[in-house]
Write a protein that binds this ligand. Structure first.
Ligand code: HEM
Length: 285
């Protein structure tokens, strides 16, 4: 009920900019979709550049190749070494035996490629309808997180070779599947960078709840939202694309007329701290 009332209130306050905002959302969605397609396009120049450097690597250093059967041995039992594969790259994790050894918490990662489990936490190949190295269904953001795991292994453990299969051909060259994933990761990284830039311009507010008398205080400092900056800004509601939910961000006055921003009730544009009733609370709460 309270939610409906506050939605109504918002609608009535937002009629003209609301229409403009919807139009903006549609335009952004179209540009975003086109941009995404561009990234997934087969002839991505950036990917081709990476491919070139990988090919020359292959010529200069002979990279050992493993079949899934060969990798299976490195489970700490058949062979005392522990190997795991992520995105088709195999690492020797023997010195992390306390994590990966037989009976240890992350032993399921060993002697195979179950890349998807790094994101989903789903370890049981039998109960999964796709094999656990199939990662194309993950979102760009999830794939970036998977890439971070790959980078972690590259920094922490010794690379021992490539796994022939989903990500690498029998020749050791990356498969088309590998490049599809690579393009999606690059798209995810770009997305993350844009989000980071947005957060620099609109950092989250500090928030304090008071159960009695049911109020929430929003305020801005030069460090709120974990973003160090020279300006503090003013607390303001930032509406999501659905125009129903919002969060509190710190904005500079020059940005106040953006359609997705709206001042809290009873908080004028000179208020650095806003205390509102719980019904005005946002999805930060
Ligand atoms: C999708 C979920 C998760 C994945 C894929 C994951 C994976 C991993 C991996 C691979 C390691 C070993 C890193 C290394 O080689 O040094 C690790 C370490 C660790 N994980 Fe997780 N983890 C997950 C969730 C969690 C959760 C929920 C917790 C805590 C409740 C946790 C606690 C730890 C701790 C404490 C270590 C370090 C152990 C140590 O250094 O002795 N993990 N994790």
């Amino acid at each position: 009920m309270e939610q409906e009332q506050s939605n109504e209130k918002r609608k009535s306050n937002r009629s003209p900019p609301y229409a403009l905002f919807n139009l903006l959302v549609i335009i952004v969605a179209i540009i975003y979709g086109a941009y995404y397609q561009m990234y997934l396009a087969k002839d991505s120049t950036q990917a081709d550049e990476t491919l070139k450097s990988q090919k020359s690597d292959k010529i200069i250093n002979e990279i050992p190749l493993f079949t899934a059967n060969e990798l299976k041995k490195f489970d700490g039992v058949s062979d005392s070494k522990l190997y795991l594969s992520i995105l088709g790259e195999i690492f020797d994790v023997t010195r992390g035996e306390q994590h990966y050894g037989p009976g240890m918490p992350y032993n399921a990662f060993v002697a195979k490629d179950i890349s998807r489990a790094f994101v989903t936490g789903e370890f049981d190949a039998k109960s999964s309808k796709d094999s656990l190295d199939h990662v194309l269904g993950l979102s760009p953001r999830e794939l970036v997180s998977l890439k971070k795991w790959r980078d972690f292994y590259a920094e922490t453990y010794v690379f021992v070779g490539r796994l022939i299969g989903r990500f690498y051909e029998e020749t050791g060259e990356p498969t088309e599947y590998f490049w599809q994933i690579d393009r999606k990761i690059q798209f995810g990284l770009k997305q993350q960078e844009e989000e980071q830039n947005f957060k620099q311009e609109f950092p989250p507010c500090n928030i304090e709840y008071k159960a009695d008398p049911g109020t929430t205080r929003y305020w801005c400092t030069t460090q709120s939202g974990g973003i160090d900056r020279e300006w503090a800004g003013y607390p303001i509601q930032l509406f999501n694309q659905d125009s129903k939910t919002f969060s509190c961000v710190c904005a500079k006055k020059e940005n106040f007329d953006l359609p997705q921003l709206r001042l809290y009730e009873n908080c004028d544009d000179a208020t650095r701290s806003c205390t509102v009733q719980s019904e005005e609370q946002s999805n930060d709460d």
